[in-house]
Design a binder for this molecule. Sequence first.
Ligand SMILES: COc1cccc(CC(=N)NC(=O)c2cccnc2OC2CCNCC2)c1
Length: 389
Amino acid sequence: QRHKFWETQPVGQFKDLNDTSMPEGPIEPPTAISEVKQEPYNLPNLYEWVTCDMNSEDTCAEVYNLLSNNYVEDDENMFRFNYSKEFLRWALHPPGYYKTWHIGVCVKSSKKLVAFITGIPARIRVRSDVVSMAEVNFLCVHKKLRSKRLAPVMIKEVTRRVHLENIWQAAYTAGVVLPTPITSCQYWHRSLNPKKLIDVGFSRLGPRMTMSRTLKLYKLPDLPVTPGFRKMELRDVPAVTRLLRAYLMQFVVAPDLDELDVEHWVLPKEGVVDSYVVESPENHTITDFCSFYTLPSSILGHPTHSILKAAYSYYNVSTKTPLVQLMNDALIVAKQKGFDVFNALDVMHNESFLKELKYGPGDGKLHYYLYNYRIKNILRPSELGLVLL
Ligand SMILES: COc1cccc(CC(=N)NC(=O)c2cccnc2OC2CCNCC2)c1
C-alpha cells in the first residue's frame, strides 16, 4: 500500500505533522561507521551492483542511454528529460565527489545497465545549521523492471554508502508526494519559441489568440538592456561568491557555497550552464548575477521535432538591477542561444517576475525533501534557496 517503504525511513511522517513537540533537526543520531552495514544490500538474483565511473566514455554513454530512454516524463508522457553526457559529468563531479555514490544496477549475465541512482556531497544550511548532506538524484529504473521494488533497495544502498562517509542527511526532489515535503513548488514556463511549443503540444494557442498575435506577445529584443551585462568569467568567482552567499542567507534552506563550489556550479560551461554578471560601468563592481542550466527534453513520437531545448533558472542575485529586468535579460540571451522555453520554480524571489515576464504555470509541482532532518512547519517556496538539477 501507500508509502510502505517511506514509513520505515527517518523522514517526517504524515502522522507526525501536527505534533509540535518534535524538535527541528536530525531525526536519528549518527552511528559509528563500524555500525554501518559494511556490505551492499542484496539485489534480486539476476542483478548486481556496479559503480559507474562517469569519466569513462563508455560508462557515461551507458548512463546517458538509460536515462534518455527511461528517466522522468511529464504527466502526459509527451516529453522525457534528456540530460547530456557533459551535463551528467558536471552534475556528478562537484568538489569532493565520491565515485562510490554513482551507483548502477546491471544484469549479471549481459552486464547491461538497468538502473541508476546518485549522490553528491553538499553543505546545506537549514536556518542557522550548516549540515553536510548528500544530494540524491537521477533515480532511474528501466521501464521493463518497474514494480519489482528495485527503488527501495537502491535508496537503501545509496544511503548506506553515504553513511560510510559519515554523512547522515540528504536532500532530494520528486514530482510525487512522499512523506513529507519541506515545500512544494509550482513550476512555470516562459515561451521563447511559441510556434514550436504549440507544434509539439507543449503549449496551446490561447483563447481568442492567433499565431501572429502569440508570436508578438512573446517577442524579445535581440540584446540585453542592462549596461554592463556580460558572461561570467573565472575572475568573477570571488565577487559572485560574495554576492551569492549574502543573498542566500535570507532563505531558510540554501546551499553553503564557497569559491570552489561557485567555480564548479556557475562558471559557464558550453551546453551545460550559462551565467552572466552585471559589471557596473562606473566602478566595475559586480552588482548582479543570473544563471540557467541546459536540460533538453526528448519529444516523444513527434514526426518532425525530436528535442525541446529548455533552459532552467538556476541562481540569480539582484542588488542594483531590478530582478525583473535581470531575468528579462536572461530570457533575451536564452532566446539568442536557441532555447525554446525557459523554466523556473516559484522559489526564492522568482514569484516577483513570473507573471510580469509572461511565464505560464506548468501542470505539476516539484516537491522538496530532506532525509533524517525534521522541519517544524512546511516552508513557503519563497523560503527555499536550493535549486537541484
Ligand atoms: C518538458 O519536459 C519535461 C520532461 C519531464 C518532466 C517534465 C515536468 C517536470 N517534472 N518538470 C520539473 O520537474 C521541473 C520544472 C521546472 C524546473 N525544474 C524542474 O525539475 C528540475 C529539478 C528536479 N530534477 C529535474 C529537473 C517536463
